[in-house]
Design a protein around this ligand. Sequence first.
Ligand SMILES: [Mn+2]
Length: 308
Amino acid sequence: MDQNSKKVSIIGIPLDLGANIRGASMGPAAIRIADLHKKILALNYDIFDCGDIAVPIRDTLKIKTQQNPKFKDIILPIVKEISAIVQKELAKNRTPICVGGDHSLAIGSVSGSSCFFRQQNQKMGLIWVDAHADINTPSTSPSGNLHGMPLASLLGMEQNDDFASLDGYSEKISASNTVIIGIRTVDGLERDFCRRSGVKYFTMREIDERGMHSIMTESIDWASRNTSGIHVSFDLDAIDPLYAPGVSTPETGGLSYREAHLLLEMVADTKKLCTLDIVELNPFKDIDNKTSRLAVELIQSALGKSII
Ligand SMILES: [Mn+2]
């Protein structure tokens, strides 16, 4: 694909069934209201807006919470649809921007990017920006909420995981090209998974000690090794609640405003961004749509906006 094409597609994913706390379903609307189109057009990109994917209303699905992961039967066809759309958009030389919605949507978006490169016998890298590791599996998850499991699924960490085998193969991404950045709240068994999985991870402490420039230089190197594109899955809860209060699960001690921008500015410099997820925006926790406006600015940085 030609990463200089300056064409993007917006995929709205009003999904909150993967989370315990409701409200991320309104994320796509809030980002659009924060002038998403206008701010992307200002960077001279062409936009194709795919609209929002249809997601059923939670109140009509009560019984499905007994499944593990919760709402499994409902979310499976949704992530399959996301994957198909991402593949189609990449084939049209457009950079998909998947606007969430809870982080379980990344099972579909990353799978879509992975399929696209796999069909050309190529590999891709993944940069997962998050306060949490999202590396639980259905058998280790304390909550059964799918948004705590997408990375484990994508790495194919558990057999008989229907999400892991989406699109007909497991291990959508190899651990040797996967980086997690910004983690500070990790469940007991997830710690062990992080260490054993082979992914590279940078906790907030390492970011404090080394600075974002050094962390990103190493992350990009890791995600670029023998790959043709980089998928960035950006959970807004990676950012400190001071700047991004409008997320479902805020955690203090996160990325600063400038660290978040620098991260994406450095990704833009590589010209290897293939797909971007912006997830976990929860307008009901936000203050005056502040987090949505930040999300739009971050998308601009990922698309190459520079100060001068
Ligand atoms: Mn997440």
